[in-house]
Design a protein around this ligand. Structure first.
Ligand code: ADP
Ligand code: MG
Length: 394
């Protein structure tokens, strides 16, 4: 990907002298969905697919951007970012440049090529990886010495302001802080985090593999439904707050408090809150299971998470349910669940490595029979981290 970045730079922008190349990985959330915007816990890890950004400062005040994926080039004055469609590639890239420019430190225009191998819109967080990679590239090119936590906040703000998605902190956080050979336990309230050793790769001593299965169901309605779930969580917290004024978010609600409020609450809100409380507990138990090397226990928690997302939080869909139940019935699968926002996207599966072939065949067959199409399968081979591949200032 480094070579591709440099070659594109030469072809599209003239020469590749002094070009900085960075990458930032996508992620899969092992457990803990719809907990991040409720100040809860999540346990994601980065994958072996990344956004890759090549950049170089210009002598003038022009911004020249090219996307390899969209084969599209745009050019604008640094101080006059054009309005682009929310969620378009230029809204993300231009958004990060604009926010960093306003914060100070970007003193000239920039040439930039964005590339990557994370499937777009599949729920592996290509957008957060793109934001993190752009911020990291600008950090290196302009010597900004950004605080990593501030970078993560800025990347989330770009999703809010330029893509119109009120997402939580998890995606940019894990892309920026994730490390090889470990999952990341993150407290989305305090931003405290812990790297927990975990390498479910085919060559690992535990002989476990992590398989991601893309349902290929596009998440067109996902954004609006995501907003509805977010609002329901706020309403559920508000309902408990009537009896317990100190409650700021569902993070502050205990199972006892929720049970005591149940009769005064809309049942739908109760079920949303119940999922969030249980899911937070599952994340902490899953982290313990990883520390103990208790992968069966970990897998059972994944299965429990899926049932809760399906039945209580209601963010699964028939396609995801087919993939998860077929996986859970397959010998050698320790756990399977939908991952990410839901209504499409991917499932994540912990599979004994010798069973991966059988797992794939079973899922293909079940999916084809039930939904008339094939899923896309990725077996994660390592987990990458945000890094500078070439420092153009050297
Ligand atoms: P996800 O983050 O789950 O992959 P999103 O819909 O949030 O899905 O983000 C996908 C969007 O992010 C794409 O439509 C595109 O605008 C942008 N994007 C992400 N990665 C790239 C990339 N490498 N090149 C160009 N645009 C990208
Ligand atoms: Mg995204």
């Amino acid at each position: 990907m480094v070579r591709r970045g440099l070659t594109s730079f030469e072809e599209i922008l003239g020469s590749a002298d002094h070009v900085t190349v960075v990458r930032a990985p996508g992620r899969v959330n092992l457990i803990g969905d719809h907990t991040d915007y409720n100040d809860g816990f999540v346990l994601p890890m980065t994958i072996d697919r990344s956004a890759c950004v090549s950049a170089r400062a210009r002598r003038d005040e022009e911004v020249v951007l090219y996307s390899t994926h969209f084969r599209e080039k745009i050019r604008y004055p640094l101080h006059d970012m054009p309005i682009s469609e929310a969620g378009s590639w230029t809204s993300y890239v231009g958004g990060v440049i604009e926010e960093l420019r306003r914060a100070g430190g970007i003193t000239s225009g920039v040439d930039m090529i964005v590339d990557g191998d994370i499937p777009l819109g599949a729920g592996l967080s290509s957008s957060a990886a793109l934001n993190v990679a752009v911020a990291h590239a600008l950090d290196v090119v302009f010597g900004l010495e950004l605080d990593p936590i501030e970078t993560v906040r800025l990347c989330r703000a770009v999703e809010h302001r330029y893509a119109g998605l009120e997402c939580g902190i998890m995606d940019p956080f894990v892309s920026r802080f994730g490390r090889a050979g470990s999952a990341l336990l993150l407290d989305c309230r305090s931003f405290e985090y812990e790297h927990i050793p975990f390498s479910p790769f085919s060559d690992s001593a535990a002989h476990l593999s992590l398989a991601i299965v893309d349902s290929r169901v596009t998440r067109e309605l996902a954004t609006s439904r995501y907003g509805v779930r977010h609002a329901e969580c706020l309403q559920a917290a508000a309902a408990v707050r009537e009896a317990h004024p100190s409650v700021e978010s569902l993070r502050d609600v205990t199972p006892e408090m929720l049970s005591a409020c149940r009769s005064d609450m809309d049942d739908r809100l109760y079920r949303r809150a119940r999922h969030v409380l249980d899911e937070n507990a599952r994340v902490l138990n899953a982290a313990d299971a990883l520390r103990d090397g208790a992968f069966d226990r970990f897998g059972a928690l994944m299965n429990g998470s899926h049932a809760s997302l399906r039945d209580l939080f209601e963010v699964s869909c028939p396609e995801l349910d087919t993939l998860v139940s077929a996986a859970q019935r397959t010998e050698g699968v320790l756990g399977a669940r939908m991952t990410g926002g839901g209504f499409g996207g991917c499932t994540v599966n912990l599979v004994r490595t010798p069973a991966v072939g059988e797992f794939e065949a079973t899922l293909r067959k079940a999916y084809l029979t039930a939904h008339g199409r094939s899923p896309r399968l990725y077996v994660v081979s390592r987990n990458d981290r945000t890094e500078t591949l070439i420092d153009g200032r050297d």
